[in-house]
Design a protein. Structure first.
Length: 422
RNA sequence: GGAGAGGUGUCCGAGUGGUUGAAGGAGCACGCCUGGAAAGUGUGUAUAGGUCUAAAGCUUAUCGAGGGUUCGAAUCCCUCUCUCUCCGCCA
């Protein structure tokens, strides 16, 4: 959520920024400013009436104390007019506040200066490539065939027990999955992130805190009985640890990581995009989350990019980094880098990580601030996948396949306990 | 799930209708005292908003959350929520 003060002061800059998302926000901004103006004047009136009421109540109290019943009763009658006024103004103020809030919720974050205007994936900027795309002397098999051949994943069984998008991992497939989680966590911990095991369901307030609510209810599984949402990413519980928190000084750098399953309804997805492991309703992910002083955000983002690069290097996978264009960025993000791994048999790039800075956008909703001398200032938040498992698994299988089996990268062998899947 | 007790500021803790944004204490910050420290002593110590060029000042709201009663609510009533104790159930 953008700060209202910022909209008042930097209207033009915000409009220019949002244009990079192909959004013409001028009408919304005008509506916001007008509502804000109306709200403020109504609020001022309400405050004045309330002040008068308070003054009267105090006087009445004193009169009663000194036994001047008649005078007190006379004053009491005066209050009835004020009371009606106050009630009316209160309704007005509340209504304006609500519509202001609703309008603010509709505005996405303003893109960083590095972000280019663009509409779709083709407009993203390729800023880095590493690794080599393997050449096979045989016909490479897609991961769903490999998974079946080596009995690593059973999609049909998942359909039977739950539904599409909820696969079973079995045998070495399960072991490989567990190895990856452990590997990712160990790497994150080595990089200074504190590990958390979080709840897998969150309440409504947390959904609002990180921006899943309102509007994206349809993306989350919802437990009606208890009003809980299944988390779509560990970002939600981890970031919400800092909801309604004021850090005591500006000297902080909070680094958290956590493994969780992630639940996504993915309503509207279909076709070959969802084949095999490409898109699941439940998948595993290790997430890294940071809360930073605004001065440190750029550096933190760089560190996170390096961290993910390092993971992919160790897994010996060919990958590239894209800086997302305005139209392809998430709602809350100011700057996002996507990591894509080349999947040798599907012959396409698969997104395996998304690293973003949100600046004050989430912090404003979360009310996450720090004390700076006497002022309280909003913190910055960042997060990134490090990494999401299914597509990593898919590309491991596809890129490291040989005629006789699947080679496990060296860095992983200590975790899997085997070096090849035959 | 049933019965009961409770949720007050950074912490402890008082407060059952009238200058209570909130006694008292601890902690913390700054000052005085001291050769230095401790002790002692003084002052300060929430958040969000409105008004204001800004600061100061003035003002509104906030004692788990929301609503209600009242001229006036931390204090009374209702709903929800969380914590604790006992019982029940249970990995």
């Amino acid at each position: 959520m953008l700060e209202i003060q910022r909209i008042r002061q930097e209207k033009e800059a915000i409009l220019a920024g949002l244009a990079k998302r192909n959004i013409d926000a001028s009408q919304t901004i005008e509506a916001i400013l007008e509502t804000d103006q109306n709200w403020r004047s109504a609020k001022t009136q309400l405050d004045q009436v309330a002040a008068e009421m308070n003054q009267l109540a105090r006087t009445i109290g004193e009169l009663f104390k000194s036994g001047q019943q008649a005078e007190a009763s006379a004053l009491k009658e005066k209050t009835s007019v004020l009371k009606t006024q106050e009630a009316e103004l209160k309704v007005q103020v509340n209504a304006l506040e609500e519509s202001l809030q609703a309008l603010l919720y509709t505005l996405p974050n303003v893109p960083n200066e590095l972000v280019v205007q663009g509409r779709e994936a083709e407009d993203n900027q390729n800023i880095f490539e590493a690794g080599t795309i393997p050449q096979f002397g045989f016909e490479a098999q897609p991961h769903w065939d490999l998974a079946k051949k080596y009995k690593l994943i059973d999609f049909e069984l998942g359909v039977k027990v739950t539904g599409a998008g909820f696969p079973f991992y079995r045998g070495k497939g399960a072991r490989l999955q567990r190895a990856l989680i452990q590997f990712f966590l160990d790497e994150a911990i080595a990089a200074g992130y504190e590990e958390f095991i979080s709840p897998h369901m969150v309440n409504e307030a947390s959904g609002y805190g990180t921006g899943q609510l309102p509007d994206k209810e349809g993306q989350m599984y919802y437990v009606k009985e208890d009003d809980f949402y299944l988390i779509p990413t560990a970002e939600v519980p981890l970031t919400n640890i800092y909801r309604d928190v004021i850090l005591p000084d500006g000297n902080f750098s909070i680094k958290m990581c956590g493994y969780t399953p992630c639940f996504r309804r993915e309503a509207g997805s279909y076709g070959k995009d969802v084949r095999g492991l490409n898109r699941l309703h439940q998948f595993d992910k290790v997430e890294i989350v940071r809360v930073e002083h605004p001065d440190n955000t750029a550096k933190a983002l760089d560190e996170m990019l390096e961290h993910v690069k390092n993971l992919l290097d160790k897994l010996e996978l060919p990958y590239r980094i894209l800086r997302l264009c305005g139209g392809d960025m998430g709602f809350a993000s100011a700057l996002t880098y996507d990591f894509e791994v080349y999947s040798a048999a599907q012959e396409k790039w698969l997104e395996v990580s998304s690293v973003s800075r949100f600046d004050t956008f989430q912090a404003n909703r979360l009310k996450l601030r720090f004390k700076d001398d006497k002022k309280t200032t909003l913190c910055h938040t960042l997060n990134g996948s490090a990494l999401a498992l299914p597509r990593i698994l898919a590309s491991l299988l596809e890129n490291h396949q040989t005629a006789n089996g699947i080679q496990i990268p060296k860095a992983l062998q200590a975790y899997t306990g085997f070096s090849v899947i035959e």
